[in-house]
Design a protein around this ligand. Structure first.
Ligand SMILES: Nc1ncnc2c1ncn2[C@@H]1O[C@H](COP(=O)(O)OP(=O)(O)O)[C@@H](O)[C@H]1O
Ligand SMILES: Cc1ncc(C[n+]2csc(CCOP(=O)(O)OP(=O)(O)O)c2C)c(N)n1
Ligand SMILES: [Mg+2]
Length: 317
C-alpha cells in the first residue's frame, strides 16, 4: 500500500497521479498538505535542499530526460551522504515548461531510479508551470551522530572517495562543441551519491566531511572554515581520471564524491566494503596559523607550495 490520498480533478493533478502511478511503491503517503514521517528514536532528522536548473546545471542537448532526473536526485541525496545520514524521504518541486511536459515520464523514471537506489521514498512535491525546467529536491534523512563539516582536527588526514575530473572534462568537451568520452560523460550524467560510504566513514572515525559539488579546490575551503583549521592538499596525490590534469580535476564540480577528514583510515577495508571505490589520502589538517601567516587552504606539489585554481561560483558573473 502506498497510503496516498485521493486528489480532485484537474490536469495538474492528472500529472501528479500519472507520476504516482509510474513510481508505484517508490512513492509513499502523497496527497496531503504535508508528509508525516517517523524518525527512529534517538536519531536526528537531517534535511537538505538543492536545485537543478536548465542552462545552469545542464543543457537539454547534453542529457536525456531520464539522466536529468537521475542526476538532480543524486545531487540532492549527496548531501545526506556527506552527513553520514540514511535517507528517509524525498520531496520534488518541479518547474515544468510546456515543451517539457511530454518528457515528464522519462524525467520521473530517472528520479524514481535514483530514489529507489537510495531506498528513499518520494513523499511529496510540487508541480508548477515556468520558463525553464527546474528541479528543487529536498532530501530527508536520519543519523544518530550526523557528520558535520566542522569536526576536522589538526593531525587528521584528508581523503577523497573515487576519482576526480570526469564531470569537468565532460563539461569542457560540451562547451567546446565536442562530444565527451564515455567515462567522463557517465560521471556527469550518472553520478552516484555515496550514501553507504558516508555512513561507513562516519562509523569508522571520520571527524568531518562534505560532498564535492563546486570542485575540490573550493569545497576544501568550506571544510577548513567550518572546522577552524588549515587544510593542505598534496596535488600529486589527487586521484584524477585518465587524461585529466590535476588543475582541471580540482576545478571539476558536480563530482558528488566525498572529502573527509579523519585519523588514518583503512582504505583497503573501505574499498572492499564499497565495490572497489577508492579512498585516497590527498592532504592533511593543520592548526590554523596566526593571522597574517599561511592561509586556511594551501596546496603543495612535491612539498613546494603552489596556487589552487578557482572553484565554481553561481554569482561570479
Ligand atoms: N537561500 C539559502 N537560504 C539559506 N541557506 C542557504 C541558502 N543557500 C545556501 N544555503 C546554505 O549555505 C550552505 C552552503 O550552501 P551550498 O554550497 O549550496 O551547500 P551544498 O553544497 O551542501 O548544497 C548550506 O548550509 C546551505 O543550506
Ligand atoms: C550548462 C552548465 N554550465 C555550467 C555547469 C557547471 N556547474 C553548474 S553548477 C556547478 C556547481 C555545483 O552546483 P550547485 O548548485 O552550487 O550545487 P551545491 O553546491 O548547492 O550542491 C557547476 C560546476 C553545468 N553543469 N552546466
Ligand atoms: Mg546547495
Amino acid at each position: 500500500m502506498n497510503d496516498h490520498l485521493a486528489m480532485g480533478p484537474g490536469r495538474e493533478f492528472d500529472a501528479v497521479r500519472a507520476l504516482l502511478a509510474q513510481w508505484g511503491p517508490a512513492a509513499r503517503g502523497v496527497g496531503d498538505d504535508a508528509a508525516v514521517l517517523d524518525v527512529p528514536v534517538g536519531e536526528k532528522l537531517v534535511v537538505s535542499t538543492d536545485s537543478t536548473v536548465e542552462e545552469v546545471h545542464f543543457r537539454r542537448a547534453w542529457l536525456s530526460a531520464e539522466e536529468i532526473g537521475w542526476r538532480a536526485t543524486q545531487a540532492a541525496l549527496s548531501d545526506l551522504a556527506a552527513m553520514g545520514a540514511a535517507p528517509l524521504g524525498v520531496l520534488l518541486a518541479l518547474t515544468v515548461p510546456r515543451d517539457w511536459r511530454a518528457a515528464l515520464p522519462e524525467l520521473a523514471a530517472g528520479i524514481g531510479a535514483a530514489t529507489g537506489a537510495a531506498g528513499a521514498p518520494i513523499v511529496g512535491g510540487d508541480v508548477t508551470d515556468g520558463d525553464r525546467l527546474a528541479l528543487a529536491i529536498t532530501v530527508l534523512g536520519h543519523a544518530r551522530r550526523p557528520l558535520s563539516r566542522a569536526g576536522a582536527r589538526p593531525g587528521d588526514v584528508l581523503y577523497v572517495t573515487g576519482v576526480l575530473g570526469g564531470p569537468g572534462a565532460a563539461l569542457d568537451a560540451w562547451m567546446a562543441g565536442r562530444e565527451p568520452g564515455d567515462v567522463a560523460r557517465a560521471r556527469f550524467a550518472r553520478p552516484e551519491a555515496r550514501i553507504a560510504a558516508g555512513q561507513w566513514l562516519a562509523a569508522h572515525g571520520a571527524t568531518a566531511a562534505l560532498d564535492l559539488s563546486d570542485g575540490l579546490a573550493g569545497d576544501v575551503a568550506h571544510l577548513a572554515a567550518a572546522s577552524g583549521v588549515a587544510c593542505v592538499l598534496e596535488l600529486d596525490a589527487v586521484p584524477c581520471l585518465a587524461g585529466v590534469r590535476v588543475d582541471a580535476a580540482l576545478q571539476s564540480g558536480e563530482e558528488y564524491e566525498l572529502l573527509v577528514a579523519a585519523p588514518a583510515m583503512d582504505a583497503a577495508a573501505f574499498a572492499a566494503a564499497h565495490a572497489g571505490l577508492r579512498l585516497t589520502a590527498v592532504g592533511r589538517v593543520e592548526a590554523l596559523s596566526p593571522v597574517g601567516a599561511a592561509g586556511a587552504v594551501r596546496a603543495e606539489r612535491g612539498g613546494a607550495p603552489v596556487a589552487l585554481p578557482r572553484a565554481h561560483d553561481h554569482f561570479a558573473r
